[in-house]
Design a binder for this molecule. Structure first.
Ligand code: ADP
Ligand code: MG
Length: 640
């Protein structure tokens, strides 16, 4: 930041960040039907500013002289056609005004805006997930003036910011007698109904009653002489002005819970569910936790901060206190208000505090209970939750061993037994297991289509055994922790030794023995031809349509995981596959009858088996050469 006085003393016109311009344009055109939200956003910011000042004053008491009350004032001027929202909170410096009201400070913003389609309906949905904030002023105003003075700065060091919501804004020096911020909206035509005390008050009670800082308005009285409402000097508080979470649950309406959510989460839409509790005993705290309906656009952004708002005895301490929740529940929003922590608690202290550890465990339990309740009683909502956040929750299997069993029951998977995109729980799978089936089977792949067409599923289809189809990146990692469910092991269909034998009838067993004998020689020669490309070659009856497939040893890393590691730049020592041959396939039978070109065929069988399960060949060019040579040699003709 520059400290050059010449610049500080002057009027400066600056351009908005490109994304702000896009946001302004979109908002003005798509949110008009919902225009009252501008007031909620401005009051939410004013209340945050008061919270921040209260917090800053813990370390620097002179910022908030004792006895001074923090408040928000909303007023209007019918003649000037303005609405003003003022606060005596922390205020902004010139640099902060430029930074906060000229850019969007969220990482991933550019990527988010790149997704916008230009279609207003779709885009306004997207914007909702992004949050609207200060810029929503321009839904109703064609000019917005902000005058702000930072706490601790002298009166003449205030700054005025102004914009018409086009591409630019100006900042210039101003004076303000007290610390804090005024946001003045010069209304567009057609918004005059907002110039009414009654109207503003009703918007405030609807959207902002939960705000803990008092919101004041001038009282109005009927003036008999002029037959008009007359503004008095007396101020009245129009909200309840107490922290929402301190009120008894029975006195809080769903509507109020929802509006509070929008304030703490900066989300535009309603939450999916919430849980509100007072915890007493060794650790005392209140928690109000929400599960959003939709994932924020930057859920997977590593730089993004997550976590809850932390209060200590109703004083706001920090946003995004990550220590209050395990990372696999990072989609949760809300607040924790502790009675035990010191007011001067820092992020470092949070990391080590045993009180915080107890709060984290308590919050995790509550969120899991809430999810269990959703899964039980609101299946459709739970499905919605799962599609947004399921992949995050899965991390909990490895991250939180103490709750892994509960999380296991909350998991949902695509399955060969459920169609139409329906998902199944592990408990439902176990309920459908066949007599004699001792394990839960799954296949991992890059996509549902690849999973469904995996050659490994052939025997399962034939025997009518259900297989879970796993396609999330996190699945392989999760499975290294989730080895069993209710005493049933989870087995990959791509691993050797399927333990399907219990489901084989005597005829199957007999067939297998016969095939193994019959093909002993061929198997040995193919193995020799493939040399160190394979760990073993054997006969299998698990295939019905494909000539061959590759499997890995029970304890080896799956091929899918090896591919993922390789893709992310890890040098995993590849474990060699086992090639399994289908003795009923004409290709294999032909080789048994006529071993011409056996070496080439062996490599071809291995390579097509790798391709069929979504793998990549180290040397695709020689594969192509081989196929062409065999085609020319008339290999296919003889394979009938
Ligand atoms: P958000 O509230 O989600 O951060 P907004 O667009 O509502 O986004 O506000 C942007 C930023 O501008 C805020 O984070 C805050 O730093 C600053 N700001 C807005 N209004 C005020 C205010 N009344 N007092 C102090 N800072 C404010
Ligand atoms: Mg805001």
């Amino acid at each position: 930041m520059t400290t050059d006085n010449a610049i500080h003393d002057s009027r400066q016109t600056l351009g908005f960040q490109a994304e702000v311009k896009q946001l302004l344009h979109l908002m003005i055109h798509s949110l008009y039907s919902n225009r009252e939200i501008f007031l909620r956003e401005l009051v939410s910011n004013a209340s945050d500013a008061c919270d921040r000042l209260r917090f800053a004053a813990i370390a620097e008491p002179s910022l908030l002289p004792a006895g001074e009350e923090l408040a928000i004032e909303v007023s209007y001027d019918k003649d000037a056609r303005t609405i003003t929202v003022s606060d005596n909170g922390i205020g902004m410096t010139r640099e902060e005004l430029i930074e906060h009201l000229g850019t969007i400070a969220k990482s991933g913003t550019r990527e988010f805006f790149a997704q916008l389609t230009g279609d207003q309906r779709t885009d306004s949905q997207l914007i909702g997930q992004f949050g609207v904030g200060f810029y929503s002023s321009f839904i109703v105003a064609d000019r917005v003036t902000v005058v702000s003075r930072r706490a601790g700065a002298p009166a003449e060091a205030a700054t005025s910011w102004e914009s018409d919501g086009g591409g630019e804004f100006t900042v210039e020096p101003a004076a303000r007698s007290e610390r804090g911020t005024d946001v003045v909206l010069h209304l567009k035509d057609g918004n005059d109904e907002l110039l009414s005390g009654w109207k503003l008050k009703s918007i405030l009670t609807h959207y902002s009653d939960h705000i803990a800082t008092p919101i004041r308005m001038h009282k109005e009285e009927w003036d008999k002489d002029s037959n008009q409402l007359r503004r008095t000097q007396e101020l009245e508080t129009v909200n309840r002005a107490s922290a929402l979470w301190t009120r008894p649950k029975s006195e809080i309406s769903d509507e109020q819970y929802k509006e509070f959510y929008k304030h703490v989460s900066h989300d535009f839409g309603d939450p999916l569910a919430w849980t509100h509790n007072r915890v007493e005993g060794r650790n005392e705290y209140a928690q109000l936790l929400y599960i959003p309906k939709r994932a924020p656009f930057d859920l997977w952004d590593r730089k993004r901060t997550h976590g809850l708002k932390l209060y200590v005895r109703r004083v706001f301490i920090m946003d995004d206190a990550e220590q209050l929740l395990p990372s696999y529940l990072r989609f949760t929003r809300g607040i924790v208000d502790s009675s035990d922590l010191p007011l001067n608690v820092s992020r470092e202290i949070l990391q080590e505090s045993r009180d915080v550890k107890a709060i984290r465990e308590g919050c995790a339990k509550r969120v899991l209970s809430l999810l269990e309740e959703l899964a039980q009683n609101r299946a459709e909502d739970y499905a919605g939750f799962w599609s947004e956040f399921g992949a995050v929750l899965k991390e909990g299997i490895g991250e939180d061993p103490a709750n892994a069993e509960r999380i296991g029951r909350l998991l949902r998977f695509a399955s060969t037994a459920a169609d139409g995109g329906k998902l199944t729980s592990l408990a439902e799978y176990v309920g459908r297991m066949k007599a004699g089936q001792s394990a839960i089977y799954y296949v991992t792949a890059e996509s549902i289509e690849a999973a469904r067409s995996s050659p490994h599923l052939e025997i399962f289809r034939k025997k009518g055994v259900e297989v879970l189809l796993l396609t999330d990146r996190v699945d392989e990692w999760m499975l290294s922790f989730l080895t069993e469910f209710e005493g049933k092991p989870l087995n990959s269909v791509a691993k050797g030794d399927l333990a399907l034998d219990a489901l084989d009838d005597e005829q199957d067993q007999e067939d297998k023995r016969k095939a193994q004998d019959e093909y002993q020689d061929l198997v040995a020669r193919i193995k020799e031809a493939l040399g160190d490309r394979v760990a073993d070659v054997r006969i299998t009856l698990r295939l019905t349509e494909s000539p061959a497939c590759v499997v890995v040893d029970k304890d080896a890393m799956s091929a899918h995981l090896q591919r993922m590691l390789k893709a992310s730049g890890h040098d995993a020592a590849p474990s060699k596959p086992i090639l399994e041959l289908n003795p009923h396939h004409p290709l294999v039978q032909r080789l048994q009858a006529d071993p011409a070109d056996l070496g080439e065929w062996a490599h071809l069988l291995l390579e097509q088996a790798i391709l069929a399960e979504g793998g990549q060949l180290d040397d695709p060019a020689s594969f192509v050469k081989r196929v062409n040579a065999l085609l020319l040699a008339g290999g296919v003709k003889g394979a009938g």
